[in-house]
Write a protein that binds this ligand. Structure first.
Ligand code: FES
Length: 132
């Protein structure tokens, strides 16, 4: 077991747990977009960033394994500002992202963007009539 502190709360989690899952175990919700059980985590959307004491830059919690003694903050003004920026970039892109149940992440083309331009993301075709 590994002992960590998240938002001032000390918890123990199994070794190899990501910070995102550890936070969930502590009842703390971290915003996320590309984290999904059907996808391989790779830290793409950056919405789940957290601050780790001793680390200069925010880290993607969905790919960050816990270390013993790690001190993590999930809600700071800087993080909120960064998440707002990430969201503004995502929603200004000419793509519509829709999270669905068993299908995982579905990306529907909008405007001039091509789904081929979204490297690393699974692109599933929407069945007719489900794009809006
Ligand atoms: S949920 Fe997207 S980077 Fe972590």
């Amino acid at each position: 077991m590994v002992q960590i502190t998240i938002n001032g709360k000390q918890i123990e989690v199994p070794e190899g747990t990501t910070v995102l899952r550890a936070a969930e175990m502590a009842g703390i919700t971290i915003p996320r977009l590309c984290d999904h059980k059907e996808l391989t985590p790779y830290g793409g959307c950056r919405l789940c960033i957290v601050e780790v004491q001793g680390v200069r830059v925010p880290m993607a919690s969905c790919t960050l394994p816990v270390n013993n003694g790690m001190v993590i903050n999930t809600e700071t003004e800087a993080l909120k500002k960064s998440r707002k920026f990430v969201l503004s970039m995502l929603f200004n892109a000419p793509l519509l992202w829709t999270l669905t149940g068993p299908q995982g992440v579905v990306i529907s083309q909008r405007g001039m963007a091509s789904s081929d331009s979204v490297e690393g993301f699974p692109v599933l075709d929407l069945p007719a009539g489900q794009s809006d």
